[in-house]
Design a binder for this molecule. Structure first.
Ligand code: SF4
Length: 364
């Protein structure tokens, strides 16, 4: 694995990771976004490979099973499953991130019956004691299903080993964000490393994160904060730089929203629940919009962001609900907001680039 300044980072491919984890005695589970208990999967001798689209997959097959206003992540992932894209995995885990993903779990489990087990995880929408208790029970329920999938009941030693490895990878992710200003890599390179967490093992991710070089990389132009679910395609970051801006921080579901705080609770289910409930503000977790606005303002001031680019997949309801209030209150605080909706693909439409270009010009 190498990450050299000025060069694209190189990681093992998903196929190589799958071969590697199988050699370690783990089976693969396909996992839909966003939040799920990584250590729990590992303790059960399972390895998650996440599915965020994929962007290159056509909507055609998936769109036969959902309303026309369903987002690309759900529709393309369903096409992917139907075309054999997750063949050889033992299960597909669909967290209840939003109504669209809940619908996907029902369509797969009740109608399409893929060869993999369809597992669900219902996440609470608050952070009260009752939410923690609910999540703990929900994780216990999921744990029983994971044991059925893998045929393995984790021992105390399995849990400890899994938490140690996954906590280290969580810490490595948080550290990348802490060191961002000192890293001598482009925004595209940075997010390639961040997103490698979606399929690398914890150890491989730690190695990749540590390998990101530090050094002087003068950053020119306007600093932006980017928010949304996932920034696809990665070319977006090159284009933003070409337009005279750069990303100083993010509020992305595939990025900063998964910088969890670790928990040292004894009970493994409580510990897993605590980790999931201690992430940054996230509309899909029911964070009140005023808390999001406050947190965004604080981070944008600290990072020197001049404006917020909200970059959402089309039809993403949980994101859309917050946009009017984000726009109003951040604007009043001196941070203009641009909201762009995109269709997931391998290229960026000119119209999207023109809107971002105009936004950057107003901030310059
Ligand atoms: S893009 Fe939005 S609507 Fe689609 S799966 Fe993600 S959170 Fe749900």
């Amino acid at each position: 694995m190498s990450t050299v300044a000025g060069h694209a980072p190189s990681f093992p491919s998903r196929r190589e990771v799958i071969e590697h984890v199988r050699a370690l005695g783990r089976e693969v589970v396909a996992v839909m976004p966003i939040h799920y208990p990584r250590a729990m999967l590992r303790a059960h001798r399972l390895h998650p490979i996440e599915i965020w689209g994929p962007p290159r997959v056509p909507r055609v097959e998936g769109s036969r099973h959902f309303q026309a206003y369903t987002c690309d992540i759900v529709v393309k992932a369903t096409s992917f499953v139907r075309s054999g894209g997750i063949a050889g995995t033992k299960a597909i885990l669909v967290p209840h991130t939003c109504d669209a993903l809940q619908g996907m779990a029902s369509v797969l489990g009740d109608f399409l019956h893929p060869e993999q087990r369809v597992l669900t995880l219902y996440l609470p929408r608050g952070r009260r004691t009752s939410d923690r208790d609910f999540l703990r029970e929900e994780l216990q329920r999921l744990g029983a299903k994971l044991s059925e999938v893998s045929g393995h009941q984790p021992s105390r030693a399995d849990w400890m080993e899994a938490f140690e490895a996954e906590d280290a990878a969580d810490a490595a992710l948080a550290d990348l964000y802490r060191r961002r200003e000192r890293l001598a890599v482009s925004d595209r390179h940075f997010y390639q490393v961040i997103r490698a967490r979606e399929y690398l093992t914890a150890e491989q991710f730690c190695e990749a994160a540590t390998a990101v070089p530090e050094g002087n990389r003068p950053r020119t132009g306007v600093g932006l904060m980017i928010s949304g679910i996932v920034a696809e395609p990665l070319e977006l970051f090159d284009q933003i730089e070409a337009l005279g801006a750069h990303i100083v921080g993010d509020d992305l579901a595939c990025g900063f929203r998964r910088v969890y705080s670790t928990s040292m609770r004894n009970d493994p289910f409580e510990r897993s629940a605590s980790r999931l409930l201690k992430g940054p503000p996230d509309p899909t977790c029911g964070t009140p919009v005023r808390d999001r606005i406050e947190a965004l303002q604080t981070r944008m001031r600290a990072l020197g962001a001049r404006g917020l680019l909200v970059y959402d997949p089309k039809f993403c309801e949980p994101e859309l609900f917050d946009v009017p209030l984000l726009r109003k209150h951040l604007h009043e605080a001196g941070f203009p907001v641009l909201h762009v909706e995109f269709e997931m693909g391998e290229t960026l439409p000119h119209q999207t680039l023109s809107r971002i270009e105009a936004f950057v010009e107003t901030l310059s």
